[in-house]
Design a protein around this ligand. Structure first.
Ligand code: AMP
Length: 118
């Protein structure tokens, strides 16, 4: 169950062009845009156009749309010159740091990325 409806969802509004964002790539299923508060030199969010709360819900709704998000994230990483050294993250649930309840894949790179992340 999504904590926000599509009508009140920030990322739905970015997908619809109602809220400005620095879009770097898109497909008919997904949109990639720069995070407004970057945690690395490259920090891009890839979201499905469909409003679902998290990655697992997206997988249940449409494996093809989840695949499109991941594939677009990989293409963005190549275009951003991350050279095979980047991180993809789906935060799921407020306790894990999720603040926007529309599935989104963080693509982070351009600096050394420690593991575990802390
Ligand atoms: P999460 O904490 O995993 O839910 O990630 C949400 C991300 O959305 C955070 O990294 C925010 O910095 C980012 N964010 C919030 N508002 C915007 C916005 N208007 N444009 C781009 N990124 C945003």
């Amino acid at each position: 169950m999504s904590p926000t409806t599509a009508a009140e969802c920030l990322f739905c509004r970015i997908v619809a062009g109602e809220v400005p964002a620095a879009v770097v790539a898109e497909t008919d299923r997904s949109v990639a845009f720069r995070d407004v508060s970057p945690q690395a030199p490259t920090h891009v969010l890839v979201v499905p156009r469909r409003h679902v709360a998290n990655a697992a819900d997206l997988a249940e709704a449409s494996a093809e749309e989840l695949s499109d998000v991941v594939a677009l994230a990989g293409q963005v990483a190549v275009r951003e010159g991350l050279a095979g050294a980047y991180r993809m993250v789906f935060n799921t649930g407020a306790g894990a740091g999720q603040t926007v309840f529309h599935a989104h894949l963080h693509v982070l790179g351009g600096r050394p990325l420690s593991w575990p992340p802390g």
